[in-house]
Design a protein around this ligand. Structure first.
Ligand SMILES: [Fe+2]
Ligand SMILES: [Fe+2]
Length: 481
């Protein structure tokens, strides 16, 4: 069998030779009904019977792995797909640098690996739960389809992590796979594992910001795991990254189209001042200062996902060869970091200052810095849209010290420029930099569904090209109950 091709005959499409592995096959078939129940309970509300124009992976070939067709979401082919094995791949970093990669879990790293896989796995269904009600207020069928595409792929990412748990971690892997279906985003008794995945995604601007910032945290984590010396994890995450690219496309172009629409309507109405919020809102579009506030919120929540700046867990995972740095294989250093240092922003003696710390201890920080760089690319492209309309406004990412709940800055408050704010002044600062109750109400009022093919809600412009090169009035979702 050519491993690049996917076996679609059984219940679980895969390119891992599941038919020859009856133990894992049985375990996954046993897990399957619980997954479908979870999807029906917690997946997109109200659209499970609709036909959605979705892409499905039919190969892991870098070119042309996707096939587009109408599918009812519960019938989506959630498969287990690993990127092709790289011949004679060696561990690229840490204490085992230069050794052959592992095809089985090394006993001494078993607990660490399981934990990393479970944490990654937990984020996948969480975002589906967070986005569950958005279909009902979709600004177009095009956007609705993109939402559902992201949702089914996050479902597939859960399958990807569950496969690793079932195949390599025996009965405790099985228990973890069950628990992944039991936790719920935002639930008081059994929440998802990470903070940002328990927040609400109440409107489409939040969804676009979430896919721009929070899915990009996913990208960074997957990039770091793609470097892993545990080869099955590396191959799994490498293929997930190809899907993840679409999620960030949805976020970047989504926010970009909101900006485009706002600027175009401002020009048409002759409004020069982007801070004349009342006048802009009367046009049925989202004012740029509110967009900035939403970016502040989602950026800061996402930074918390990188964990403590100084972390022994991250150092251990790197030392073990389990989790590398962003593009480890492209970096030029000794890949062991036993001696180097890394500059870190710290909060000490009442001020924020740069400090050099041992490089091995600062790996979370380093990944977070790479994340911030990656975020800035799209922000620049958003600003070019605003410049095109000659509107004096620029979106800017807030300081990493702003609105933090984990790490160095969790014990203090700072404004978006990183200036310290005394505790009793935080409420008024918050109003200025984060969406207020009335901002949220305004956005919520705008969220009226637009279900006619080719039409878009007042607050967002049409995309430049359709999905799969479909024409502007293509019916991406055929809605039925
Ligand atoms: Fe994902
Ligand atoms: Fe994603």
């Amino acid at each position: 069998m050519n491993l690049m091709n996917v076996d679609y005959d059984g219940l679980i499409p895969n390119n891992v030779g599941l038919n020859a592995d009856s133990r894992v096959k049985k375990a996954l078939e046993k897990w399957h009904p619980g997954y479908i129940n979870w999807w029906n309970d917690m997946g997109p509300d109200g659209f499970q019977g609709s036909l959605v124009y979705l892409r499905t992976a039919v190969s892991v070939d870098p070119k042309g792995w996707a096939k587009f067709d109408y599918v009812k979401m519960p019938d989506y082919k959630w498969g287990i797909l690993l990127a092709p094995q790289v011949n004679e791949r060696k561990i690229a970093f840490g204490a085992h640098k230069g050794e052959n990669v592992w095809q089985e879990v090394p006993g001494e790293y078993r607990a660490m690996l399981r934990r990393l896989i479970v944490i990654q796995g937990d984020t996948e269904p969480a975002s589906v739960e967070q986005q569950r009600f958005l279909g009902k207020t979709a600004p177009s069928l095009y956007d609705m389809r993109n939402l559902f595409q992201v949702n089914v792929e996050e479902g597939r990412h859960l399958w990807a992590m569950v496969y690793l748990l079932q195949k390599y971690f025996g009965s405790d892997g099985r228990d973890e796979a069950e628990a992944l279906l039991e936790r719920r985003s935002g639930d008081e008794d059994s929440p998802r594992m990470l903070g940002a995945f328990n927040e609400k995604t109440p409107d489409w601007l939040s969804f676009f910001m979430f896919t721009y910032f929070t899915d990009r945290d996913g990208k960074m984590q997957l990039e770091a795991l793609a470097q892993s010396g545990f080869d099955p994890l590396s191959r799994t995450t490498r293929f997930m990254l190809t899907e993840e690219a679409h999620h960030m496309f949805v976020g970047e172009t989504g926010v970009g189209r909101v900006i485009e629409r706002t600027c175009a309507e401002m020009k048409k109405a002759g409004i020069e001042d982007p801070h004349d919020i009342a006048a802009v809102r009367k046009l049925g579009v989202i004012d740029l200062p509110t967009l900035q506030k939403k970016a502040n919120l989602h950026f800061s929540l996402t930074l918390d996902l990188f964990g403590n700046e100084i972390s022994t867990n991250a150092a251990n995972a790197f030392h073990a060869g389990i989790k590398g740095r962003f593009r480890e294989d492209k970096l030029e250093d000794d890949h062991q970091l036993e001696n180097g240092s890394y500059p870190l922003l710290r909060f000490a003696d009442g001020k924020i200052a740069r400090q050099d710390v041992p490089a091995l201890s600062a790996l979370n920080m380093r990944l977070r810095d790479d994340f911030v760089d990656d975020c800035n690319g799209g922000v620049g492209r958003w600003n070019r849209i605003i410049e095109k309309y000659n509107i004096p406004f620029a979106i800017k990412l807030p300081s990493v010290a702003f609105h933090r709940h984990i790490g160095e800055f969790s014990s203090m408050e700072a404004d978006a420029d990183g200036n310290l704010v005394p505790g009793d002044q935080w409420d008024s600062v918050k109003e200025k930099y984060l969406p207020s109750e009335s901002d949220r109400d305004f956005i919520e009022d705008l969220m009226k569904p637009e279900l006619e093919p080719g039409k878009f809600a007042s607050w967002i412009s049409a995309p430049k090209v359709g999905i799969d090169n479909k024409p502007g009035d293509f019916e991406y979702v055929k809605i039925s109950d």
